[in-house]
Ligand binder design. Structure first.
Ligand SMILES: C[S@@+](CC[C@H](N)C(=O)[O-])C[C@H]1O[C@@H](n2cnc3c(N)ncnc32)[C@H](O)[C@@H]1O
Length: 307
């Protein structure tokens, strides 16, 4: 990766941060997505379906290790997205699964809906006889879940909690709809790691989202890509829960849960980029710690306390 000595951007507080041409491209090229695109080939669909099914199998095994057999248990997947985990869980574990999300692409008459159905179809074809699987989808906001208290034995949310605001309300709702003693599992993309700002937040300043204020970020993108793109990129950052790892831990500790497991998984790719750009550490936003930059996945398992 090349950078010129004069390629820097000066923050409103007067501190320069280095611009590294090609950084965004490198970060985004690092791993392939499992969300279908219009130009995807049948091979790309098949690869994504395999990946999704493998993940779903791992998830079922992980849940059963903590909860016991899921057979006929009531499971809620919050922020279920394409619903593939729900379909797989209902089939593989014979659980009664509900998928809840603001948007349900599987049920939408849109191009994204057709793509989601095609991918789900490929996964279902590998699962075999799904006829008797019990799965239901509902449009719902995680901060006001439309279920009576104690409706579920298990609640999951994968790559969703970082999007759901306010997170404290969502956590309280989740604790309410799971029976005391039930299990909750979250997997979170923490905001401050390399890609935690999601695709739109990645620019040619390494970890800009952990070093620039929203105003500085907007000014940087406006200078290079214009105001419209800047508004899009900034808007994306604003929709995400911008919590450090310590803040996640505090938010969970404040809820009515016992923490069964807490795993912070480092990303070797992020660690390597940080080694190449050591100056990043000198200009971190208040409260952000170096470990926030490299922990690519936060996963935790909770048990809802019996009061
Ligand atoms: C990145 S996707 C993850 C989807 C799925 N869990 C997966 O692992 O593929 C995040 C999902 O969270 C949903 N979401 C965001 N805010 C939500 C809210 N307030 N209530 C319910 N779902 C929400 C989005 O619609 C989106 O489908």
């Amino acid at each position: 990766m090349r950078s010129t000595p004069d390629a820097s951007f000066v923050r409103a507080d007067g501190r320069p941060v280095r611009v590294v041409p090609g950084f965004r491209e490198r970060v985004l090229g690092y791993r392939s997505s499992v969300t279908p695109r219009p130009e995807w080939t049948p091979e790309e669909y098949a690869r994504a379906a395999d990946k999704k099914l493998k993940r779903a199998r791992r998830l079922v095994a992980a849940v059963e290790r903590r909860h016991g057999r899921l057979d006929r248990s009531a499971v809620l997947d919050v922020g279920c997205g394409d619903g593939i985990n729900c379909l797989a869980m209902a089939d593989l574990a014979k659980a009664r699964v509900v998928g809840a999300d603001l948007r349900l692409p599987l049920c939408e008459a849109t191009e994204a809906g057709a793509q989601a159905r095609r991918l789900a179809g490929l996964v279902l074809a590998q699962l075999g006889d799904t006829q008797h699987a019990s799965v239901r989808f509902t449009r719902a906001d995680a901060t006001t879940l439309p279920f009576p208290g104690g409706s579920f034995d298990v609640l999951l949310s994968r790559s969703a909690l970082e999007h759901i605001v306010p997170v404290e309300r969502a956590l309280a709702e989740m604790a309410r709809v799971v029976r005391p003693g039930g299990v909750i599992h979250h997997a979170v993309d923490p905001f401050y790691w390399l890609r935690g700002c999601h695709k739109r937040g990645v620019v040619d300043i390494p970890w800009a989202h952990a070093r620039l204020s929203l105003e500085d970020f907007d000014r940087f993108v406006t200078e290079r890509e214009g105001a419209a793109v800047a508004a899009q990129r900034r808007g994306r950052l604003q929709t995400l829960n911008r919590l450090t790892l310590a803040e996640w831990r505090a938010a969970i500790a404040a809820g009515p849960f016992d923490i069964l497991e807490w795993t912070e998984e480092p990303s070797p790719f992020a660690a390597q980029l940080l080694e190449e750009n050591p100056d990043v550490i000198d200009t971190l936003a208040h409260g952000v710690e170096p470990r926030d930059l490299v922990i690519g996945r936060l996963e935790f398992w909770l048990r809802v306390r019996k009061s």
